[in-house]
Design a binder for this molecule. Structure first.
Ligand code: NAD
Length: 376
């Protein structure tokens, strides 16, 4: 089998390292980071010889694919440069920082016959995958409501240790609305198969924090889907609150799921049954239903589990490699990436316009030009 050569841009891309190392005939052969000290540290650790400070220079190398894990505002320009250079791409979250960028992204992916996969890693946790299997098995009945919450006070990340202002000051905490929605939307959308987000409205209590940035003191975005389902997406990166980046709730006609809220808590489900009538439901541990875990999670090897999240951090990389080899379509394609990222971009417009409801474009192949706009 032909060896796949991978380049990594941005040191966060190293989170994929153990995953790639666990796959035969795949090798990380190049690294890129603007910061020379970061670059050399990471490349020394990995034993990577080809090192680049300029992304475009790495695109001239012989890599087959690149993981883009640079700041959010770099993603689309770098994805476009990579696709033009004939490389397959796995892009960190979010997909882009303006709606126009999302449209360019789709157009460019359509133009070049290369893989674009969105690295929404929160989908790959065993809990999210187990709930997905329970949905598919009909245990929740008809699912109609879900919550996803991302609480991560990032005030310590606005300035780097060197004293230089971080990109997060501008592209995350320097904007209004939900700038980082996909860790919440990605997982809950797994539980509404074939559905799409069509409308959003965002509410915020305004700015109540002392950090001198525009970002709201948390936002709540209500999303309506094509099938009439409701999602409640909360992101808060400024309020004083212990980290809780993966809180989820799902409701269906026959049962519900609630994820743990602290490390000491437990994920739980409740299903209508003889011992649990709908008027007196009882919680059970989610792990009691581990038999429903997808096979690859049940049989994950120690090496795969070492990548993190019980094998999840391996499987996202494996799905990307399978797509590059042409064995499967990308698990999270460009249209899905854009739909989820658009929710965040549109929420900024909603929250600065009295929580106006906005339509989410239906990202799809060959989307007509007159649908590539913001509709209020
Ligand atoms: N999926 C997740 O769980 C997760 C977690 C954290 C961050 N992220 C995403 O990862 C990305 C990076 O976040 P971070 O926390 O590592 O940021 P960071 O600021 O800590 O690191 C960014 C790195 O990219 C380098 N860089 C900046 N511009 C560059 C350019 N043009 N070319 C090459 N290198 C460049 C910087 O020198 C730095 O080393 C962001 O898109 C963020 O949204 C995802």
């Amino acid at each position: 089998m032909k060896k796949i050569k991978i380049g990594i841009a941005g040191v966060r891309g190293l989170s994929t390292m153990q995953g790639f190392q666990a796959i035969e005939d795949v090798e990380i052969t190049a690294m890129c980071d603007l910061d020379e000290a970061h670059l050399n540290d990471a490349a020394d650790k990995l034993g990577v010889e080809k090192r680049y400070r300029v992304f475009d220079d790495m695109m001239e190398s012989d890599i087959d694919a690149v993981v883009i894990a640079t700041p959010m505002q770099c993603h689309v320009p770098q994805v476009i440069a990579a696709l033009e250079a004939g490389k397959h791409v796995m892009s960190e979250v979010t997909a882009g920082v303006t709606m126009d960028e999302l449209f360019w992204l789709c157009e460019t992916v359509e133009k070049y016959n290369k893989v674009y996969m969105y690295a929404e890693n929160y989908i790959y946790t065993p809990q999210v995958q187990l709930v997905k299997s329970l949905v598919e098995a009909g245990k929740f009945g008809d699912t109609y409501y879900a919550e996803g919450m991302y609480m991560h006070n990032t005030s310590n990340l606005l300035v780097y240790g060197s004293g230089k202002t971080s990109w997060r000051s501008y592209w995350q905490d320097g904007v209004r609305g939900n700038f980082y929605p996909t860790h919440s939307i990605g997982p809950v959308m797994q539980w509404f198969p074939g559905d799409h987000i069509t409308e959003i409205t965002t509410f915020s209590p305004g700015v109540r924090h002392p950090y001198g940035v525009k970002q709201d003191s948390g936002t709540t975005t209500m999303c309506r889907t094509e099938k009439g389902n409701l999602l409640n997406i909360r992101t808060d990166c400024t309020s004083p609150h212990p980290h809780n980046m993966d809180y989820y709730h799902l409701q269906g006609t026959l049962g519900c799921y609630r994820s743990k809220t602290t490390h000491k808590d437990w994920d739980r489900v409740s299903f209508v049954g003889e011992d649990s009538p709908s008027c007196n439901m009882q919680w059970k541990a989610l792990e009691d239903f581990n038999d429903y875990l997808p096979e690859r999670f049940k049989t994950a090897t120690e090496e795969q589990k070492k990548a993190g999240h019980g094998g999840g951090d391996f499987f996202i990389v494996k799905d990307f490699v399978d797509a590059v080899r042409g064995d499967a379509p990308p698990a999270i394609d460009v249209y899905t990436a854009c739909e989820w990222s658009a929710v965040g971009l549109l929420s900024g417009i909603s929250v600065t316009n009295h929580s106006k409801t906005l339509e989410v474009p239906r990202f799809r192949p060959d989307m007509p030009l007159d649908e590539k706009r913001i509709t209020i």
